[in-house]
Design a binder for this molecule. Sequence first.
Ligand SMILES: [Zn+2]
Length: 119
Amino acid sequence: MYESMLSRLALEHHAADAESVARPIECRAGCGTTETAAHVIQGCHRTHGGRILRHDAICRIAVSSLRQLGWSVRQEPHFHTREGLRKPDVVAVKDQVVRCSMRKSSALHRPLTTRTAEK
Ligand SMILES: [Zn+2]
């Protein structure tokens, strides 16, 4: 009797596993998209606040480290350009080299980009 119960439970468990693997899971926050690690970490509205906190913490660490290394650092300066307002996260200057860490304000879920320019 126990053997047949265990066998049936094992089959049901196996069927449930196969079903969950085969079917994509929709985001629990109601985004209408597949819940992937990339979506949860970078795109879901439910984790947006956490992304901002993580981004700001990383910027603080970068600014602190750059200053310790002798860089002159400005955080989120505003530059009015022909293409519009640009607000890089960090602008660091040392020995006539400017390093600028940019984010696209319209798409915070995209990865940060870094540009380097000679002064
Ligand atoms: Zn979502």
